[in-house]
Design a protein around this ligand. Structure first.
Ligand SMILES: NC(=O)c1ccc[n+]([C@@H]2O[C@H](COP(=O)([O-])OP(=O)(O)OC[C@H]3O[C@@H](n4cnc5c(N)ncnc54)[C@H](OP(=O)(O)O)[C@@H]3O)[C@@H](O)[C@H]2O)c1
Length: 335
């Protein structure tokens, strides 16, 4: 039996092209002593993959040309020589863009869902983006009931969870997203108080209208002009959570810094970046809380699932075009 893989063929310059990833087919591996063979069933597409492909992240090892492209997956153990991960176990980890992966649980760390979950939730609300939203909002944003929380890329994987957690914790939540349909989902399905379509509305005027007393927490997924406009509307002692800056990931030269940054001084506000990797020792706490909210229905998993392993490059390109609502993933058709 074969093992399809996508390898890094070229480093993207500007936008990712599908041809930056190349399909390669090799023989299916077997589990050696102490190892397990995992069939990857769902694959996560994440904006950070672009930095890895470009070879310019300084917080994780970049991908080398010819390497199997790293990505988070959820799958099932199909052969086991390791009692910690018996055949049939549901596992999650950075197992890469391939049908089958081999690990001893340490060479590629995996998380074993002893009580299996819906695979899209394992990659979304309970996966990397859900935990990013959880730690970014609770630890960096530090919400208190009544806070006005503004979230950008709000209909995406991280933003949709950050906004929902904000609602659970008593905030008034305003989402910024790139289509009328996304704005409708935020309000009607996720219970956001208001939504702004940044592609068709005057964001500055909308923030003025919706946050007359200012923004207490801005959860920033995009950077650029939206960050700058939010900085201008901060309330006293506001917290700006720097999670990501997707608006400039495709630019070849860095944009100018936000010229409203000095409002941090006038508002005695705090702007702080964070990485999920700083919080991995607390992952169980996040998973337990997120799962409880998911099971109680307080938190909704949103996913955009593209079918077919060979759609992985197309799905990655579409992530940057705003195609997704919620977590962008690919389902392996060979289930
Ligand atoms: N700090 C961390 O540890 C950490 C961890 C995970 C993710 N992140 C960051 O969090 C952000 C969201 O990641 P995600 O995985 O949840 O992706 P996502 O939000 O599910 O998908 C990306 C979304 O970004 C929006 N977007 C694309 N280009 C844009 C632009 N020029 N301006 C504004 N919005 C744009 C699109 O939605 P629209 O239709 O709304 O444009 C798209 O759907 C990214 O910046 C990512 O790097 C950080």
């Amino acid at each position: 039996m074969k093992n399809r893989q996508f390898v890094l063929a070229s480093r993207p310059a500007g936008k990712i092209k599908e041809s930056d990833l190349q399909l390669r087919t090799v023989d299916r591996p077997s589990a050696g002593p102490g190892e397990v063979l995992i069939h990857n069933e769902y694959f996560s597409l994440d904006p950070s993959m672009k930095g890895l492909m470009e070879g310019r992240t300084d917080y994780r090892a970049p991908a080398a040309i010819g390497d199997v492209m790293t990505c988070r997956t959820v799958g099932t153990v199909v052969e086991s020589n390791n009692a910690d991960y018996p055949a049939g176990a549901q596992v999650f980890g950075f197992l890469g863009m391939r049908d089958f992966s081999v690990t001893d649980g340490k060479s590629i760390p995996i998380y074993h869902y002893h009580d299996p979950v819906d695979p899209p939730a394992a990659l979304g609300v309970l996966g990397g983006t859900g935990m990013t939203a959880y730690f970014g909002l609770t630890d960096v944003g530090r919400p208190v009931p009544g806070d006005v929380l503004v979230v950008s890329a709000a209909a995406g994987a991280t933003g949709s969870v950050a906004g929902q957690i904000g609602k659970i914790l008593g905030c008034r939540v305003i989402g910024i997203a790139g289509s009328a349909e996304k704005c409708r989902v935020l309000q009607e399905k996720l219970g956001f108080d208001a939504a702004i379509n940044y592609k068709t509305e005057d964001v500055e005027a909308a923030l003025q209208r919706l946050c007359p007393a200012g923004i207490n927490i801005y959860f920033d997924n995009v950077g650029g002009s939206i960050l700058n406009l939010c900085l201008a509307r901060l309330a006293l002692h506001a917290r700006v959570v720097l999670c990501g800056g997707i608006s400039h990931y495709n630019l070849e030269t860095k944009p100018a810094g936000p010229d409203n940054y000095f409002n941090l001084v006038f508002r005695r506000a705090n702007m702080q970046g964070f990485l999920l990797s700083d919080y991995l020792h607390q992952a169980d706490e996040a998973r337990t809380q997120l799962r409880a909210w998911l099971e109680s229905g307080e938190l909704v998993q949103l996913s955009t699932i593209i079918n077919g392993f060979e759609s992985l490059p197309e799905a990655l390109v579409k992530l940057f075009d705003g195609f997704n609502t919620g977590k962008m993933m690919v389902r392996n058709e060979e289930l």
